[in-house]
Design a protein around this ligand. Sequence first.
Ligand code: C2E
Ligand code: MG
Ligand code: MG
Ligand code: MG
Length: 282
Amino acid sequence: SAKSGGRGAFRFFEPELDELMHARRNLERDMRDAIAGGEFELHYQPFVVATTGEIRGFESLLRWHHPKRGLVMPSEFIPLAEETGLIVPLGEWVLRTACAEAAKWPADLRIAINLSPAQFRSKELVAVVIGALAGSGVAPHRLELEVTETVIMHDSEAVFAALGQLRELGVRVALDDFGTGYSSLSFLQRFPFDKIKIDRSFVNELSSASEEAQHLARAVVRFAVSLGKTTTAEGVETKEQLDILREEGSVETQGYYFSRPMPASSVAKMLRRGARAAIRAA
Ligand code: C2E
Ligand code: MG
Ligand code: MG
Ligand code: MG
């Protein structure tokens, strides 16, 4: 160990490791306070029918307004929240908050929520979802739960069991970031997902300079559509990408081209202005 090896060889590295541990502990402590302190916020990004521009619903995306650091993005705190188990209370807050917000929208709009592996391990997930639906009055078929392949890989039997129970209630289940993992195809066989979200990396290749990359990306989209499930292309940023997706027919798109994730108040304003028409024109 560093200690028994004498200080000389490790002097240079110890302070860095120490700082890292210290920073993690601080982040963890801050995160515990942040839930109670109301520092978390959900932003919402619409998913839109490619051919018509019609909004089908919104995905909720977590944001942390840290009093000192400012806006902190999920990639900076979700991993630690998962390791420490804080994702369980945080995830419950997300479910309740997102459902409460969706209850204010027109009843044909869906609300999509991202789930982490640790939320399945807590065994309370099904009860928490039922509670969020009952508390908000949102109908189960309006709720879409997004899971990635990594979520499923951790403990696929338990995850599929919980997802199956939720699906029986009428909740929709989406496979997020499709195509990035090792097991996409076998998971598709083992669970009746309602939606497949094609990862942004493929959507990006739709407008690639490489013809080969373009073909692969198109093939992935076509494959997903052919399964007869709702297909969403993530991360659509350009008109060119949108036009290619339109050729593939019945596809939903999500991305900066139509809208960035935005606070609940902006969603409400957008819906009041009748933004379905506005987005259609885009
Ligand atoms: P995700 O579920 O795949 O969400 C899509 C990410 O792509 C979001 O990043 C979104 O802001 C971003 N995005 C959307 N359109 C575009 C685009 O056109 N271009 C580019 N470059 N990016 C786009 P964000 O909000 O930073 O979230 C990152 C990840 O964090 C999410 O990936 C999800 O896995 C996780 N996450 C977010 N909110 C939650 C949550 O409430 N609970 C859990 N467990 N995970 C969450
Ligand atoms: Mg997602
Ligand atoms: Mg995704
Ligand atoms: Mg992702």
